[in-house]
Unconditional design. Structure first.
Length: 333
């Protein structure tokens, strides 16, 4: 697998597709890459005669995020494969599409899109991907057990237990991992510390909440996880004209002062962040040729700007041109 290149700069992500070789060679190639990117396992598939799969791997120091798109696959980790090589990592699967089952340490759980499920590389496990669906898309986070700031006993209770990621911090984690996987080709070495830190904090918050261990997390981890959840909430509510620091604070059960402290730690202010995100969405839509039939005012209103004059003024201050001028600028270069 070769590193991707964008604009002459080497990106972190490494991409792999089995379709680069003839059908008869794809299964062997997949097994070879799976060993090199994850851990040795016994793999089986009813599609081994023409195994069409893709993998994008984003290495983040001692943490790795990989997106896998594949057909039916059984993965068995045996005592023998553990003796062969054990990096002592947690493998945390966030399911984007498809379904499956995982059995480990006396627990068996089934999962589907919107679920997270975790395995420990030091214990035997059996994973079945696509028991009823045709294809699966999964984001797999691999990280040393010691990196997750939760008691080992709590982590062990969560093995093979499906966790729904449909609300609160779970929803923020799901959207974070899906977005990181989708945009993996955009990141560089400078992004590694922040990506690894936020991923760890969100996972610790979600998993800790499942076993009542949130209070054991370091204060800084809790702060960063809450800040990420709040920014996710802001992005999902930009079109609401009433969105403000007061409504954001109320939605998360904290004071406006606490909200300002969270953002100040990142060198930001909540009101300025809301305005920045709204302007970015407007700038994107104004540059979209598919939206040429929509008026500038309609685009501004879509993202929470109710006063056209105010929108034009803050847009020009941010980008050095009017919204109309930006719309007619050539964005193809």
């Amino acid at each position: 697998m070769d590193a991707a290149v964008h604009g002459g700069v080497a990106m972190l992500v490494r991409e792999f597709r089995t379709e680069v070789v003839p059908p008869a060679e794809r299964w062997d190639l997949w097994q070879d890459v799976a060993v090199r990117t994850h851990v040795p396992n016994v793999l089986r598939s009813d599609r081994s005669d023409d195994f069409r799969a893709t993998m994008r791997v984003l290495p983040l120091g001692d943490l790795q995020i990989a997106e896998l798109d594949l057909p039916h696959l059984d993965t068995v980790r045996t005592p023998r494969t553990i003796r062969r090589f054990d990096p002592e990592v947690l493998q945390i699967n966030c399911q984007l599409a498809g379904d499956g089952g995982l059995a480990q340490d006396g627990t068996a759980g089934t999962f589907e899109a919107g679920h997270l499920i975790m395995a420990d590389s030091s214990l035997p496990y059996d994973v079945r991907i696509n028991r009823t669906s045709q294809r699966s898309t999964t984001v797999v986070v691999s990280m040393p057990r010691a990196r997750l700031p939760l008691p080992p006993s709590a982590v062990r209770r969560l093995l093979a237990v499906p966790v729904r990621l449909d609300h609160g911090m779970g929803g923020a984690l799901y959207r974070w991992l899906a977005d990181v996987a989708r945009r993996a080709g955009e990141f560089t070495d400078a992004d590694v510390p922040a990506l690894a830190s936020v991923t760890t904090d969100l996972l610790a918050s979600v998993l800790g909440g499942c076993v009542g261990c949130e209070d054991t997390l370091p204060p800084e981890s809790r702060r960063r996880a809450l800040h990420t959840r709040i920014r996710d909430f802001i992005d999902r509510n930009l079109g609401d004209p009433s969105l403000s620091p007061a409504t954001v604070a109320a939605a998360h059960g904290i004071s406006v002062r606490h909200l300002h402290q969270l953002f100040a730690a990142e060198g930001e202010a909540p009101a300025a962040w809301i305005r920045h995100r709204r302007l970015e969405r407007c700038r994107r839509d104004l540059a979209d040729p598919r939206l040429r039939g929509r008026s500038v005012h309609a685009i501004a209103a879509r993202w929470g700007f109710t006063d056209a004059a105010t929108f034009s003024r803050v847009f020009r201050r941010a980008y050095g041109m009017t919204p109309t001028d930006h719309r007619h600028t050539d964005h193809t270069g």
